[in-house]
Design a protein around this ligand. Structure first.
Ligand SMILES: NC(=[NH2+])NCCC[C@H](N)C(=O)O
Length: 412
């Protein structure tokens, strides 16, 4: 089956989208780290090895691994017009406004026109002034510029494929992202859903990157075919969630009846719902103890008329809300770091509660979060650990680094 089919967080993962970290990481410098949302500069070769180990574990567990760069190259291979359209749009979205530079960059990119994958990778890497053919004598700007200035920024966060678009049932939320740097990443999703034969006309679009409010995939959790959980966070605005809810409820093909809005503190450490909360088994979740106090949950359902919603603040505790949503008697929340608050904060910072579930009870985690991994093993989970010294410098874990496209249905 092509298209998208994701109606839980835990059903056997069949197909997933990753991006292997590439040369975009080599264009990170201390001065650009903050703007580009990194906390340190990863050592590229080691990050790639770690990422390859991640992909290998997935393949060994029956998951088909697709890479964003390959899927996008297939789109560009469809026609020369699409390639031209993409390069022009990419230049615009990078903020290049002078005619001279648009032309130079266009010509520079088109040298890769016979190798679509190279073109895609270059678009991810960014461009430094000295790569371009420029003549210092005919431009004041050029004469004043440092040859190693970034003319087009890299997109170093692309290996977090969870965020630019998110699968919801058989549809997708093509996100408008919170930051300028990450918002550029959603161009790949736009082209894939518009042109790629495996997705085009098969996937409902519940949100669009041209909408005004921001929302990111790390905040979107498929609890089951009837319930969706969405974080209201640093990255996802309540307005965006309202719009998404209306679009989902008004769509005949969607089976979702309830959306739970999780209002989590607006902090970089928490960033997305999936940095503090993920489902790992039929009845088990990991949670960062730091959110349990301030968490507020809203229940959103369809209103009486089309385009209307009803919202209610829930007063029960998280376990009860989840038990009710899943229709099961007992839910277990496993705290990242256990009762040790220092371990909890340290391991949450390195994505201890950002687990990717590949089938009920089988999860991928970062090896470095020893305390949380130990607790998960004690609770009977099958924990597959991946090396993470370099990947974790981008502040995202196994869930952030993956976008499931297809999962087996789950039977409770
Ligand atoms: N789903 C996630 N938690 N993704 C983490 C993304 C990390 C990335 N550096 C950012 O700030 O956007």
């Amino acid at each position: 089956m092509q298209g998208i089919n994701v109606k839980s967080e835990i059903g056997q993962l069949k197909r997933v989208l990753l991006h292997r970290p590439g040369k975009e990481l080599l264009n990170l410098t201390p001065d650009t780290l903050e703007r580009l949302l990194f906390d340190d500069i990863p050592y590229l070769e080691a990050a790639q090895q770690e990422h390859d180990a991640f992909a290998e574990i997935l393949r060994n567990h029956g998951v088909e691994v697709l890479y964003l760069e390959d899927v996008m190259a297939e789109v560009l291979d469809l026609s020369h017009e699409i390639k031209e359209e993409f390069v022009k749009q990419w230049i615009n979205e990078a903020g290049i406004s002078t005619g001279l530079y648009r032309k130079k960059i266009y010509d520079y990119m088109m040298q890769y026109q016979d190798d679509s994958k190279a073109l895609v990778l270059k678009s991810m890497e960014g461009i430094v002034l000295k790569e371009l053919n420029y003549n210092k004598n005919d431009s004041l700007v050029d004469i004043m510029s440092d040859p190693s200035k970034l003319v087009i920024d890299p997109m170093p966060n692309l290996y977090f494929t969870r965020d630019p678009f998110a699968c919801i049932g058989e549809g997708v939320s093509l996100n408008r992202m919170y930051s300028v740097t990450r918002n550029r990443e959603t161009i790949y999703g736009e082209y894939i859903f518009k042109y790629h034969p495996d997705f085009k006309d098969r996937v409902e679009k519940y949100y669009d990157r041209y909408n005004a409010f921001h929302i990111e995939g790390g905040d979107i959790l498929n609890i089951n075919d009837k319930v969706l959980a969405v974080g209201i966070s640093q990255r996802t605005e309540a307005d965006a969630l309202e719009m998404l809810a209306k679009n989902i409820f008004d769509n005949e093909n969607s089976t979702i009846e309830t959306i739970l809005g999780f209002d989590i503190p607006n902090r970089r450490a928490f960033m997305h719902l999936d940095t503090v909360f993920t489902q790992i088994d039929y009845d088990k979740f990991t949670v960062h103890p730091g959110i349990l106090g301030p968490l507020r949950v809203y229940r959103i359902v369809k209103g009486i008329k089309k385009g209307e919603i009803n919202v209610e603040v829930l007063s029960s505790d998280l376990e009860t809300i989840l038990e009710h949503s899943l229709g099961i008697e007992k839910v277990e929340l496993i705290k990242c770091g256990g009762e040790d608050m220092i371990a909890a904060e340290r391991e949450q910072w390195n994505d201890g509660s950002n687990t990717l579930c590949i089938s009920p009870g089988t999860i991928v985690t970062y090896e470095r979060n020893r305390k949380t991994n130990e607790l998960l093993k004690q609770r009977g989970l099958n924990v597959l650990e991946i090396p993470s010294a370099e990947l974790s410098r981008g502040r995202g874990g196994p869930r952030c680094m993956s976008m499931p496209l297809d999962r087996e249905p789950v039977n409770y």
